[in-house]
Design a protein around this ligand. Sequence first.
Ligand SMILES: NC(=O)C1=CN([C@@H]2O[C@H](COP(=O)(O)OP(=O)(O)OC[C@H]3O[C@@H](n4cnc5c(N)ncnc54)[C@H](OP(=O)(O)O)[C@@H]3O)[C@@H](O)[C@H]2O)C=CC1
Ligand SMILES: CC(C)(CO)C(=O)C(=O)O
Length: 341
Amino acid sequence: MTETTFRIVIFGAGSVGCYLGGRLLSAGVDVTMVGRPRMREVLQTNPLVVTDYEGFSFRSQLAGNQYVTSAEAARQADLVLVTVKSAATSEAGSQLAPWVPAGVPVVSLQNGISNASHLQEAMPEATVLAGMVPFNVLQQQPGHFHQGTEGHLMADKHPSLEPALPWFAKAGLPLELRSDIESVMWSKLLLNLNNPVNALSGVPLLEELSQRDYRRCLALAQRETLQLLKAAGIPTVKLTALPMNLIPPLMSTPDWLFTRLAKQMLTIDPVARSSMWEDLQAGRPTEIDWINGEVVKLAERLGKDAPVNRKLVKLMHQRENQPRDWNAAELLNALRDSRPC
Ligand SMILES: NC(=O)C1=CN([C@@H]2O[C@H](COP(=O)(O)OP(=O)(O)OC[C@H]3O[C@@H](n4cnc5c(N)ncnc54)[C@H](OP(=O)(O)O)[C@@H]3O)[C@@H](O)[C@H]2O)C=CC1
Ligand SMILES: CC(C)(CO)C(=O)C(=O)O
């Protein structure tokens, strides 16, 4: 290995982790992905293929030491990325804690608000930073991970991340360091409020967002959250073409107007689905408590209520136990009924 090689360990290499791993490998980064034996088997029998909606494509048959199942790989890392689902964060931290060298940054690239704090609790000696993945990744075929929507990575501004920046840029994954990461995470969460709507709809993101009543469901959850964020003094940041406070009115527009106004937002691969839908498909518990559940907790801290988000949490938990697709009008009625008159 030459001095100029940068070593990145990706812990919890599923959809996001394998996609980032493949992109970084394409830039010559020394990547080790850590994950389950099941995924290692997939990548022993199939090449790792990463593609994106703009035509990027990279393929690599991984060597045995590039996808492993033990956190020990982190002892050699210059940077650790954590890409497990929220329920697995504390366990990921406990497994990584003995191996990550002092001063090596550990970035949580997970949805939700509290994953970086849970990770920090599990590895108190480590430099843990919050990060954000704006785009959608779907495993289209065994070993083939596809980025279906746009956006660039962000992470908390910290000097330990500076050496990684040129490698991310070379991989076509620019990483922006932000001093307002709390606002970034809440703004991403405002977009993730669509995850339960998408999962309950049972249809791909593009099809779901093309139906006004599903968009109105999302707008209800977003308006409620924006009001709470305002009360809590947490500003939002612009992650899409529009500022966050203009997204609910856009979502509520009729289909003919929405398709004209939201061209960029509708640049979505027709097969892309939310990660919450993927969890349902795989029979895993979803991240609903870490997404809409965070809004309910924020409301409680402020002595307020969040009936729409609370209802979405309840419906998702029911859906985890009992298959059911909600049509757009039914879901909208259920959410409207949850609000006090
Ligand atoms: N998919 C997407 O489009 C996007 C996802 N995100 C966020 O990124 C995070 C990761 O999502 P995603 O990649 O979809 O999740 P995945 O479930 O696809 O990947 C996580 C992987 O980590 C594995 N894992 C969990 N615990 C351990 C452990 N202790 N040791 C080794 N492997 C482990 C899981 O295996 P197992 O399932 O067997 O536990 C799984 O294969 C989530 O917070 C998600 O919300 C953000 C933006 C987009
Ligand atoms: C990119 C996005 C918003 C797609 O729904 C996502 O974060 C997810 O699926 O969890």
